[in-house]
Design a protein around this ligand. Structure first.
Ligand code: HAM
Length: 417
């Protein structure tokens, strides 16, 4: 037997489930639209360099997780592991470079070669937003507020928001010295990855998941005060605006995020309904460098994992959207009546009326069963007698009420339903 499974870490989404996905996407369009965001669609693959430079050569995503390949022209391309770098590439050279603000959202598949697990896929889906061009703590707070608004609309009012600051790039050195001095004392008891991180990327130690390392990370010294006053003020303003807006959050100094482009505000939203892979969303302010550019793209944004959103909705028992489509079902007895129905079906569909039609000669009983299966609202019955009289019988399934109509009358009747 042929194996019907798609490759590991990917999934098929069948029509019943697709309704749940559409709700996530449609709600995103509505909510983000309220804040002035427009949709930007970029390719699912980019030049590999866009991600290497944009996300950072030393990140886990770039080092271990990218699906990269050479095309026939010898170009190195990569399936997008995230949305931000490609969006910045598309906006390069537009007026965001002169400090004009652009608000865009996007949705679609992303690809990371991770070990598949619950809530961790190789092809997963994000909706994301980017507010590009301007720098202001109020914009960071508004972006977070929009994320929480979106989650509330989806029946997830109780997600936990964690925020932190990475400071400005120039602030990092003193903080790194503090962290390095602390971890150097304990490095013997830490994992091999952390030993490498100590010199290569000290911040990555803070989100190491190893049990022994976590014990040490728990006593990480305070480093925020080694950031410049401007950076501390920036973060304080973000927190103040969130307070003003009544948005609950927790400051988590261990939250550093896995992509190198972040500066100042970073945030993650988690939910207890998710277990180990508990981030529904992550984002922050960034300065993203594109290949051969020495000026970064500035913005703030977030990405939300749709698979994880669905898991949370399921854990919270958010009711699925009601499928309100109740097609008209055309039932026929005899070959001529069937041909008549095929033509009638086309007329009804052109008039915008969802219609199912039985195409095979079957018993009345079998056809009624099919009508029930598709949840028909009305069944239209046509046989030789009806044909001769130029009418059809229209039966309302809920009440059992029957009427006789000509084809034109039927169309009028159904259009007004
Ligand atoms: P990220 O934290 O890497 O950020 O991903 C955002 C969200 O995508 C995660 O919180 C998670 O819900 C989902 N996600 C990530 N990897 C997987 C996976 N393998 N399987 C299932 N879901 C996954 C970014 O991607 C940034 N571009 C966000 C951003 C936008 N920052 C600024 N602007």
């Amino acid at each position: 037997m042929a194996n019907s499974s798609p490759p590991p870490g990917t999934a098929d989404i069948f029509p019943e489930e697709a309704a749940l996905w559409r709700r996530l996407e449609e709600t995103a369009r509505t909510v983000f639209g309220l804040y002035g965001y427009g949709e930007l669609r970029t390719p699912v693959f980019e030049y590999t360099e866009v991600f290497k430079r944009g996300i950072g050569d030393q990140t886990e995503v770039v080092q271990k997780e990218m699906y990269s390949f050479d095309d026939r022209g010898g170009r190195s391309l990569t399936l997008r592991p995230e949305g931000t770098a490609g969006i910045m590439r598309a906006l390069l050279g537009t007026d965001v470079m002169n400090g004009n603000e652009k608000r865009v959202f996007y949705m679609g598949p992303m690809f990371r070669g991770e070990r598949p697990a619950a809530g961790r896929r190789r092809q997963f889906h994000q909706v994301g937003v980017e507010n590009v061009g301007r720098v202001a703590p109020e914009l960071d707070a508004e972006c977070i507020a929009m994320l929480m608004h979106y989650l509330r609309e989806l029946g997830i009012p109780d997600a936990q928001l964690l925020i932190n600051t990475r400071g400005a790039r120039e602030d990092r050195k003193p903080a790194e010295d503090t962290l390095r001095a602390f971890f150097r004392e304990h490095i013997d008891k830490m994992c091999n990855d952390c030993k490498t991180r100590l010199d290569k990327n000290i911040w990555r130690i803070l989100d190491c998941k190893q049990h022994e390392c976590r014990k040490i990370i728990g006593s990480t010294p305070e480093y925020l005060t080694s950031f410049s006053q401007e950076s501390q003020d920036y973060f304080k303003r973000v927190c103040d605006v969130l307070n003003t807006m009544g948005i609950a959050y927790k400051v988590d100094p261990l939250l550093v995020r896995g992509l190198d482009y972040y500066v100042h505000t970073v945030f993650e939203v988690t939910h207890s309904g998710l277990g180990a892979q508990n981030a529904i969303s992550g984002g922050g302010r960034y300065e993203l460098f594109l290949p051969e550019e020495n000026k970064p793209m500035l913005g703030v944004g977030f990405g939300i994992g749709l698979e994880r959103l669905l898991m949370v909705q399921e854990a919270l028992k958010v009711p699925p959207p009601v499928d309100s489509v109740q097609p008209v079902f055309l039932l026929s007895m005899g070959d001529q009546a069937r041909d008549f129905n095929l033509k009638l079906a086309a007329r009804l569909r052109f008039a915008g009326i969802p219609t199912a039609v039985e195409v095979e000669a079957k018993s009345m009983k079998a056809q009624m069963r099919s009508a029930n299966k598709v949840n028909a609202g009305y069944v239209i019955i046509c046989g030789d007698d009806e044909l001769a009289k130029g009418i059809v019988v229209c039966k309302e399934m809920k009440t059992g009420a029957q009427n006789e109509f000509s084809a034109d009358q039927l169309l009028d009747f159904l259009k007004n339903k």
